[in-house]
Design a protein around this ligand. Structure first.
Ligand SMILES: Nc1ncnc2c1ncn2[C@@H]1O[C@H](COP(=O)(O)OP(=O)(O)O)[C@@H](O)[C@H]1O
Ligand SMILES: [Mg+2]
Length: 310
């Protein structure tokens, strides 16, 4: 059983179907990127999983606990970091965390220990007596993450945590999220910017216009896409000759000049691609480079979504 299971949820706002029968799961110790353009339904899905809104259909299970049947039980399993949260300028970091620790029913020595632990984990211990007003965006984000960890939840839902962070703060956030996955937490992280998630995630769920378009490891999602793979090739001979030879071969769709060589689009099996290389050699050309380009997350995303806005 996955730690986070989104089971066929649908959410309507009037005539708008914000989330349309969305299903996916996140296992303990895994980080799943929830990717989709603005308005795709990420926040709505996350808010339902966090018991802050009710679905019209479907359910979400947190460690097997239904958000509909037992929302209080589900909340104990869950740490939710919303995309926008209140800041209390004249509150110290300690006071802020202590307040939320009380809200989670933590008492006495245990409460002090938990506040110290989450400050330590997010490297904020030295700032405990500072007021929130002095914090940079990156530090506020870390404080908010610290808050979501107070009750040691097994599932973390982070809505656009990297938005607006500078590169260093993003790297620090990524390291923290990775460390949390190492503690066997199931983590769902949303973004509309793929490069924010690319190095952080074990898997992705792509959403567009309320529908889940693909789920799985980046590798599986990429493999499932039937699009041509760009291949860079350079030969010792003339590029015009190369282009003429290439365009006659099966599986080769287009070719364009790039630097000293050509990039052609190949559609077909690895065997067919090997056949292209063999045919070039048989035609008297001498390839010195022949490099299929792996599809990055950006390409996966673009080929799965059509840029539909709601
Ligand atoms: N409370 C609401 N009332 C009406 N429409 C809403 C509400 N919340 C979200 N929506 C709409 O639902 C769609 C999905 O929004 P959201 O889940 O915030 O997308 P995302 O987080 O992927 O950008 C959008 O079209 C948005 O305008
Ligand atoms: Mg959102």
């Amino acid at each position: 059983m996955a730690a986070l299971e989104v089971c066929g949820i649908t959410k309507r706002f009037g005539s708008l179907v914000a989330v349309d029968q969305a299903s996916f799961a996140v296992e303990a110790g895994r980080i799943t990127g929830f990717i989709g353009p603005n308005g795709a339904g990420k926040t709505t899905t996350m808010r339902i999983a966090a018991t802050l809104d009710l679905p019209d259909e479907g359910d979400v299970l947190l460690d097997g606990v239904s958000v509909l049947d037992d929302p209080r039980g589900a909340r104990r399993k869950l740490g939710f970091m919303p995309d926008a949260y209140g800041a209390y300028p004249s509150t110290t970091l300690w006071e802020y965390l202590d307040f939320y620790a009380r809200a989670y029913d933590l008492h006495g020595a245990l409460r002090r220990r938990r506040v110290e632990e989450v400050l330590e984990f997010t490297s904020l211990s030295a700032l405990r007596e500072k007021e929130m007003a002095v914090l940079s965006k990156g530090l506020k984000q870390r404080l908010c993450l610290a808050k979501t960890l107070l009750h040691d939840p097994s599932v973390l839902i982070l809505d656009e945590p990297a938005a607006g962070l500078d590169p260093r703060a993003r790297v620090e956030l990524r390291e923290l999220v990775r460390a949390l996955a190492g503690m066997r937490k199931a983590i769902l992280v949303s973004s509309h910017i793929l490069t924010e998630l690319a190095e952080m995630c074990d898997g992705i769920a792509v959403i567009e216009a309320g529908r889940i378009k693909a789920t799985g490891s980046v590798h599986d999602v990429t493999r499932g896409i039937q699009t041509a793979v760009p291949v860079f090739v350079r030969v010792l001979e003339d590029a015009d000759r190369l282009e003429r030879a290439l365009l006659e071969l099966p599986g080769v769709e287009r070719a364009r000049r790039e630097g000293q060589g050509l990039v052609f689009e190949h559609q077909g099996s690895p065997e067919s691609l090997a056949g292209v290389l063999a045919a070039l050699v048989a035609a008297g050309l001498r390839p010195v480079e022949f490099t299929p380009r792996a599809m990055g997350l950006e390409e996966v995303f673009l080929s799965l979504t059509e840029g539909k806005l709601q």
